[in-house]
Design a protein around this ligand. Structure first.
Ligand code: NAD
Ligand code: DAU
Length: 348
């Protein structure tokens, strides 16, 4: 039985990846390692938690002793590494936490993988999930390619860039068989409501202001999380080792246009008068070091592996809003306690 360690599997993207692997590959043993920080939520995985090929391990990737013990105990064949501190705004207020988890945590996993397999790499892979933010910011034109130089601007993207460099360095130095993917902005169900789309859905539901940073003319390339999980499945099985693949939605939106679309869809779904949610838009102080534009050239993964997004943005956004409307208990559970403190400090 192939034993795969998936880190960060209780988080947003990780839970979609764990679900896909557990259901699609009954002959794999999937180990989900997660520290259950504020962003990790086992409720995301209730539907598969009692499957025989699924094991949850609660632990921190920066805890060397613990990580060493589970590598020895379970002898994982492969790692799919998603655990990270993932929110740019939090990285601005607490950069060290990002260096610790994203850089040191990744190194501890790499070291343990290297020690476990001791150059016997046949059939093994260490798959590192990264972000397009490592490339920095684009102007009005152009796309990020796999060959674009790294130029990160936030503590979050600098920590992810650094972890990517370490992964590559382990490949060069020790021959460790890695793959890296750099993906654009994901959206979908079960995303923590600190990120733009779920935060704004939650605020519309509660008639709270929609805090648009700066003038709102920042551009992101949005991808439905299910399409990202499918790409991860393809790359894990058929991607070439020592390679990077960019993943994106070919779907650029200026923040302000996206927010207006979201408001329009929500008015309709909630039976509110046209334009009522848009009135909640409030322009607030800009994010420091705010990257103007991200856009991915995903032609390599398309040509080599045949991957392309399957869900249109209008459809994916509509399904996402529907999920949050029918799962208000999920939102209520995680927006109590610590989240309230974060929210009050940041937006009030
Ligand atoms: P998330 O914040 O929703 O989830 C992160 C998960 O990692 C949580 O379950 C958390 O408990 C866990 N975690 C955090 N620190 C840990 C630690 N020290 N030890 C063990 N577990 C820990 O993040 P996400 O949005 O699902 O992102 C997952 C990965 O994908 C990250 O590596 C992120 O950089 C990358 N990524 C995210 C996006 C996006 O749009 N969300 C886009 C591209 C790449
Ligand atoms: O590009 C991939 C990255 O996308 C991932 O690596 C990160 O983990 C993920 O958080 C995301 O980063 P962004 O900073 O692009 O996402 P966020 O949802 O925080 O913000 C999207 C845009 O919306 C960005 O231009 C900032 C803006 N924004 C965000 C928030 C939370 C606002 O205008 N107001 C807000 O309240």
């Amino acid at each position: 039985m192939r034993k795969i360690l998936i880190t960060g599997g209780a988080g947003f993207i990780g839970s979609h990846v764990v679900r896909l692997f557990v259901n699609k590959y009954p002959n794999y043993q999937i180990f989900n390692l997660d520290a259950l920080t504020y962003a990790g939520n086992l409720e995301n995985l209730i539907d598969i938690e009692s499957n025989e090929n699924y094991t949850f391990l609660r632990g921190d990737i920066t805890d060397e002793v613990y990580i060493n013990s589970i590598f020895k105990k379970y002898c994982f064949d492969d790692v799919i590494h998603l655990a990270a501190e993932s929110h740019v705004d939090r990285s601005i207020s607490d950069p060290l936490a990002f260096a610790k988890t994203n850089v040191l945590g990744t190194m501890i996993l790499l070291n343990n993988f290297k020690e476990l397999h001791k150059n016997n790499w046949k059939g093994k892979r260490f798959y590192h999930i990264s972000t397009d933010e490592v490339y920095g910011s684009l102007g009005e034109n152009g796309l990020f390619k796999e060959t674009t130089s790294y130029d990160p601007n936030s503590p979050y993207s600098a920590s992810k860039a650094s972890s990517d460099h370490f992964v590559r360095a382990y490949g060069e130095t020790y021959g460790l068989p890695f793959i890296i993917t750099n993906c654009s902005n994901n959206y979908g169900k079960q995303q923590f409501p600190e990120k733009l789309i779920p935060l704004f859905i939650n605020n519309v539901l509660n008639n709270k202001p929609l805090p648009v940073y700066g003038d709102g003319n920042y551009t992101r390339d949005w991808l439905y999380v299910i399409d990202h999980a499918k790409a991860i499945d393809m790359v894990f099985h058929r991607g070439n080792i020592y390679q990077t693949y960019n993943i994106g939605g070919f779907n650029e939106w200026k923040n302000i246009d996206l927010v207006k679309l979201l408001c329009k869809q929500m008015d309709k779904k909630l039976g509110r008068s046209v334009g009522s949610s848009e009135k909640l838009i409030t322009f607030v102080k800009d994010r420091p070091g705010h990257d103007l534009r991200y856009a991915i050239d995903a032609s390599k993964i398309n040509q080599e592996l045949g991957w392309s997004p399957t869900v249109t943005f209008e459809q994916g956004l509509s399904e996402t809003i529907d999920w949050y409307i029918s799962n208000e208990h999920w939102l209520k559970n995680i927006t109590s306690g610590n989240y309230q403190n974060y929210y009050m400090k940041k937006y009030k």
